[in-house]
Design a protein around this ligand. Structure first.
Ligand code: MTE
Ligand code: MO
Length: 406
């Protein structure tokens, strides 16, 4: 399966057709002239198609995506500031004129089509929630580094995750106002970013259905991130926030929402974001929904730590399956485990912070391990079952560090 190849080609060839580009303000050719490190040159959009700066101390760029470096969270509070929040774009960030923007709701699950403008959404009763967005492929590179398995896709380490404070209108209220019919079963939002073209196949715009029960439960049509209007890269003017589900469900730059009385599919539920290979059925698993359980240290990958003095190691754990109930850390490659001290906010749909003190004596390479347990009784495992596209790597990560003589 040539998925990474396909992503590479998509990036090289560009996917924004000229007319589409004019409509969204995205440069027709998101700049094959600038260097791949993402620095803009001569006013042209950088090669990755992301608007915000991506300084190398905060991000690792993978084609059209930007991974947060975990050390960028050291000393930072519960929320990931927008300047360091990871970006996962299938194509490029569109620039949308909010005065012309409309959200169109339509489909057999509604009494009639209904359009909303930005002002109407802002005038509706709002909710504010701390929610993690995490890519289903977060941790994918660990299939290879820890399990020696070849998988396809963006080689994230653990930085394809972020928690922000989102504010917006409950999707339920918008569906209600649009005239929801009792027979509605699926709700599919479509983004206004350019169509995703891979290996010569035009998959259309990024879209993925969620069942009506989830849509009415806790999904938000968000227009603010951490107290400010959404930044362009994170969905301005409006995105979905689908708590505890894989990031893909949280469609950015929403332009229309289909509400249907029969099930809806898209390539994002039939071809991508399912488990293939390994022990999975030949047609693949069911489409992925809930995120899994993971932990990360707020340290550089390969951090250098001075021997003979105590270090407070900070980290965070998160799960789509519920609150984090405990975190254990091993400083000796898994022989012994100690409980980390959990602290701060404890929001099931977001994450939990923790720390532990380490006084390393022996110099040389070490592996730090953190394993969390959640309210559903799940504990992070030693291995993750293989799947070809490398989704949901939930096993304990082996975080390499080196202890040096100070
Ligand atoms: N329209 C649109 N929505 C999208 C995407 C996209 O490429 N286009 N990427 C999805 C994926 S796979 C993830 S993981 C999240 C990432 O959100 P972020 O870029 O704000 O971190 O957005 C989701 N919503
Ligand atoms: Mo994702």
């Amino acid at each position: 399966m040539a998925y990474d190849d396909l992503i590479r080609r998509t990036t090289r060839a560009g996917t924004a057709t000229p007319d589409r580009a004019a409509a969204t303000g995205v440069p027709a050719d998101p700049a094959r002239t600038s260097p791949p490190d993402g620095t803009a040159s001569g006013g042209r959009a950088p090669v990755h198609g992301i608007v915000k700066p991506l300084p190398p101390e905060l991000f690792v760029v993978h084609d059209t995506n930007a991974e947060m470096r975990w050390e960028a969270m050291r000393g930072i509070g519960y929320h990931v500031p927008a300047d360091r929040f990871f970006v996962r774009n299938h194509t490029v960030t569109p620039i949308i004129d909010v005065t012309a923007w409309r959200l169109l709701l339509h489909g057999s699950g509604l009494r009639a089509p209904r359009a909303f403008d930005y002002r109407e959404l802002l005038s509706m009763p709002a909710v504010t929630r701390d929610v993690a967005i995490e890519c289903a492929g977060n941790g994918r590179s660990l299939f290879t580094t820890q399990q020696r398995q070849e998988v396809c896709g963006t080689p994230w380490r653990l930085g394809g995750i972020g928690v922000a404070r989102w504010r917006g209108v409950p999707l339920a209220a918008v569906l209600e106002r649009a005239g929801l019919r009792p027979g509605a079963v699926d709700v599919m939002a479509t983004g206004l970013d350019p169509a995703y073209v891979a290996e010569g196949v035009d998959h259309g715009r990024v879209r993925r259905a969620i069942p009506i029960a989830k849509a009415l439960d806790d999904v938000i049509l968000a227009y603010e991130m951490n107290g400010h209007p959404l930044p362009p890269d994170h969905g301005y003017p409006v995105r979905l926030i689908v708590p505890s589900w894989i990031g893909l469900a949280s469609i950015k730059w929403v332009g229309d929402i289909e509400v249907s009385a029969s099930p809806l599919t898209s390539p994002w539920s039939t071809e991508f974001y399912r488990m293939f290979g390994g022990d999975h059925p030949a047609r693949g698993s069911e489409p992925l929904t809930v995120r899994d359980l993971r932990s990360a240290f707020e340290l550089p990958w390969g951090a250098a730590l001075a021997a003979g003095r105590p270090h407070v190691l900070h980290g965070r754990s998160w799960s789509g399956g519920g609150r984090i109930t405990g975190v254990e850390v091993s400083l000796d490659g898994g022989l012994t485990w100690q409980r980390a001290l959990l602290h701060g906010a404890d929001v099931a749909a977001a994450w939990r912070r923790w720390h532990i003190t380490w006084n390393p004596r022996a110099t040389g390479p070490h592996t730090l391990l953190a394993r969390a347990a959640d309210a559903a009784g799940t504990v992070q495992d030693e291995r993750t079952p293989y799947n070809e596209l490398g989704y949901l790597f939930g096993a304990v990560a082996h975080h390499p560090v080196t202890v040096i003589n100070a």
